[in-house]
Design a protein around this ligand. Structure first.
Ligand SMILES: Cc1ncc(COP(=O)(O)O)c(C=O)c1O
Length: 289
């Protein structure tokens, strides 16, 4: 995005984490007047259209693997913002014969702690080798919790307000059992990511990116009784340094990516404060008109 130099494109970087950025975007979206007036939209999985599109490949993948109409398969999904795996959950709700949805987390394992112990408890964010999953507050998790709460907006509101206040949401009993009926989870460390990339490459010749390696290792850690489909989600060349740790050499960048590296970029870095972003938007618009 930063290589698009057109004068109507403005890239803002913040001095903060993905969680900080997403919290700001959500705060702006919650300001309904501002959102409507300036036509705010999102292209990550805050936007339901992305989830909708992702549902499709669960069906496609099932058709490639299932031998008859009722054969159950399991999907393993490297998870951060709970977007991709939520699409799988909706596919299951639509009737696709899915046995388990396996959540693979990196060391930011809040989702693993929820599905294994019922504890959605916020901790410090850690930088890992799978940076697109360095997330504590999964935007789409609320959408799943709405379902788990029996489509009760009041219960969801109560849970989310409690979580905002205390950093903790805990479920047990029947609710936890319901969640574990659809999902299992595993946590994968940075060390395991490197080892998985190395071993998988040695055994099959296929080069995993660090995020996909989380999924493959999570599959190995989980006892599944049905055929398993691991979703791959990034190109290994984007994470050359981690691949080098595993194989001793960096993968070659595909031509399309190599070209981008040489292009001029533009972006502006500002503090991770909602009001500063708002001000920046207003000032930029005023300067343009
Ligand atoms: C490469 C990669 N892996 C994993 C994720 C996890 O996101 P989600 O759990 O929302 O699918 C992302 C997010 O965009 C990503 O870019």
């Amino acid at each position: 995005m930063t290589t698009v130099l057109d004068p109507n494109i403005h890239n803002l970087a913040i001095e903060g984490t993905f969680d900080d950025a997403q919290a700001i975007v959500k705060a702006l979206f919650n300001d309904q007047e501002f959102k409507k007036k300036y036509y705010l939209g999102s292209v990550n999985s805050i936007n339901w259209a992305r989830i909708l599109a992702q549902i499709v490949y669960y069906f496609y993948a099932w058709f490639q693997v299932a031998k008859d109409d009722s054969e159950q398969v399991s999907f393993v999904v490297p998870t951060g913002n709970f977007g991709n795996v939520l699409a799988g959950y909706y596919a299951k709700r639509m009737g696709l014969p899915i046995d388990k949805l396996v959540i693979g987390t990196n060391e930011n394992d809040i989702l693993h702690r929820f599905f294994s112990k019922g504890e959605y408890h916020r901790t410090e964010l850690k930088e890992t080798y799978s940076p697109s999953m360095d997330i504590q507050i999964s935007s789409n998790f609320e959408r799943y919790l709405f379902d788990l709460a029996g489509n009760s907006a009041e219960k969801l509101q109560h849970w989310m307000e409690d979580f905002d206040r205390t950093g903790k949401l805990t479920i047990e009993g029947e609710l936890l059992k319901n969640a574990q009926n659809d999902f299992v989870s595993a946590r994968v460390s940075d060390e395991e990511i490197v080892r998985t990339i190395r071993d998988f490459h040695q055994q099959t010749g296929y080069l995993l990116d660090p995020h996909t390696a989380v999924g493959v290792k999570a599959a190995e850690k989980t006892d599944l009784q049905t055929p398993v489909i691991c979703l791959a989600c990034a190109h290994p060349a984007k994470f050359g340094e981690t691949v080098r740790k595993a194989l001793g050499t960096e993968p070659e960048l595909p031509e399309e990516l190599a070209v981008l590296e040489k292009l001029e970029t533009h972006s502006k870095t500002i503090p991770a404060v909602t009001e500063r972003i708002k001000k920046e938007i207003l000032e930029t618009l005023a300067a343009q008109s």
